[in-house]
Design a binder for this molecule. Structure first.
Ligand code: PLP
Length: 421
């Protein structure tokens, strides 16, 4: 348990036999375990995957993991990576191994999944007002005294619901909460100082809750990185900082948690929420970035501070997640239909990006991609050709794959990554 998770239950995944449940994988693997397959480290494409198949690039992923860990150390911020991105215990293990101090969840079901693998420090970046969820949490906190969870509160009603449910469930220790600050037009979170102060006071007054910090999410309005949007993000983060300072006398823990930060503005977050705090305040500044780990070829290529600032070489994140699929029809001179659709790849930010072609995907159906070919692509793409596609937004790719082969630079399978959505 030295990493803050149960390594044995993570490694036990390598002993669960593979079968038809895992789409894309070679049928020759059925009946074998990931441990048996990886022992042989076969070339994935020699073993006969079927189209489409999602893959991870081992070297890019390791690079991103260490690059972000180094960046956080340099900027003196903690990282509690958002686990909803991949829901993969094997990747959580790597993130904890690289220095992550907690794993973030969005829902109580995700917390339950992390707990199944013994994750000890969890940030539930949301309100939790569900009595059944709170009842489960009480049982889990009693079962494991080392389990620590912090979640958000943004209303007095929420504080009351939590307090009642926790008391009814016989909680033996309080649940840690951060008061969440939102923004006009944004998502959850108190609007303004009066609301956040009132919620913080209510949480501090509740014997069932322990007020430990303030939380926010600066990307609730989107991922725009133009100067006016960055100025808006900066203004919001300044407000978050002011909230923590104003509430200093109310916090019930020795160290105050101040947390924000996805994968687009984490540099702004470190600037605004790191550094010096008023005397007497001991602050843990915690980022919650998740998508940095695989990065991508769309949204985060455009917006990550470790891509957009013109950094080159070793500081640059590299895309680590892609989908291979076969051309199944070439009905018109500049049109190829690829056997990959909304069931296989993300489409919420951008459509998939073909590698090595000048054409682009213009539409996705459930199981088809419409690839408009550039003039120079036409002779290179025929029925049967396998193509590789980059993605835009890893979260909505991972959730479509229950097992993802991780490949080395020779396409050899080094690990089979399980996801639990
Ligand atoms: C509250 C919260 N924190 C952190 C993150 C992680 O951000 P990203 O997906 O850009 O890594 C998200 C993502 O949606 C989020 O909703």
């Amino acid at each position: 348990m030295s990493l803050g998770l149960d390594a044995a239950s993570v490694s036990a995944l390598a002993d669960e036999p593979i079968d038809w449940r895992f789409k894309g994988l070679p049928a020759s693997w059925w009946g074998l375990t990931p441990a048996q397959i990886c022992h042989r480290s076969p070339d994935l494409f020699d073993d006969g995957p079927v189209s489409p198949v999602c893959v991870l690039d081992a070297s890019a992923l390791a690079h991103n993991l260490s690059t972000m860990a180094r960046w956080c150390r340099k900027h003196r911020v903690e990282l509690a990576p958002h686990g909803k991105t991949h829901m993969a215990p094997q990747l959580i293990e790597r993130q904890l191994g690289a220095g992550a101090t907690a794993i973030t969840a969005a829902t109580i079901s995700q917390v339950r999944t992390f707990r199944a693998f013994g994750v000890r420090q969890v940030m539930l970046a949301n309100e939790l007002v569900d009595p059944a969820g709170l009842r489960w949490l009480v049982g889990e906190m009693a079962r494991d005294p080392l389990f620590e969870l912090v979640c958000w509160v943004d209303s007095i009603r929420g504080v009351e619901l939590m307090s009642t449910a926790l008391s009814t469930a016989g909680a033996t220790r309080p649940v840690d909460v951060c008061v969440e600050l939102g923004m006009p037009g944004g998502r959850t979170g108190c609007r303004g100082a009066a609301a956040s102060d009132a919620v913080a006071a209510a949480a501090a007054a509740s014997p069932q809750l322990r007020l430990v910090g303030v939380a926010g999410y600066e990307a609730a309005l989107g991922h725009d990185v133009r100067p006016d949007a960055l100025a808006r993000v900066g203004g919001y983060l300044a407000e978050l900082r002011a909230t923590a300072v104003r509430l200093a006398g109310l916090f019930e823990s020795e160290h105050v948690i101040v947390t924000a930060g996805g994968s687009t503005y984490f540099d702004e977050v470190a600037d605004a929420l790191g550094g010096e705090w008023p005397q007497g305040m001991s602050v843990r500044t915690v980022l919650r970035s998740g998508c940095y780990l695989t990065h991508d070829d769309g949204l985060y290529r455009r917006t990550s501070p470790l891509a957009r600032t013109g950094l080159t070489g070793s500081s640059h994140l590299r895309p680590a997640l892609s989908v291979w699929a076969q051309v199944i029809s070439r009905p018109e001179p500049d049109l190829a239909l690829v056997g990959m659709g909304r069931r296989d790849v993300s489409f919420d930010q951008d459509l998939p990006i073909p590698y090595g072609l000048s054409g682009q995907v213009t539409k996705l159906n459930d199981q088809h991609a419409y690839l408009r070919l550039g003039p120079e692509d036409r002779d290179r793409v025929e029925v049967g050709t396998w193509l590789q596609f980059g993605v835009s937004h890893p979260c909505t790719v991972f959730d479509k794959w229950a097992m993802i082969p991780m490949l080395d630079h020779d396409n050899r399978v080094v690990e089979l990554i399980r996801t639990f959505f």
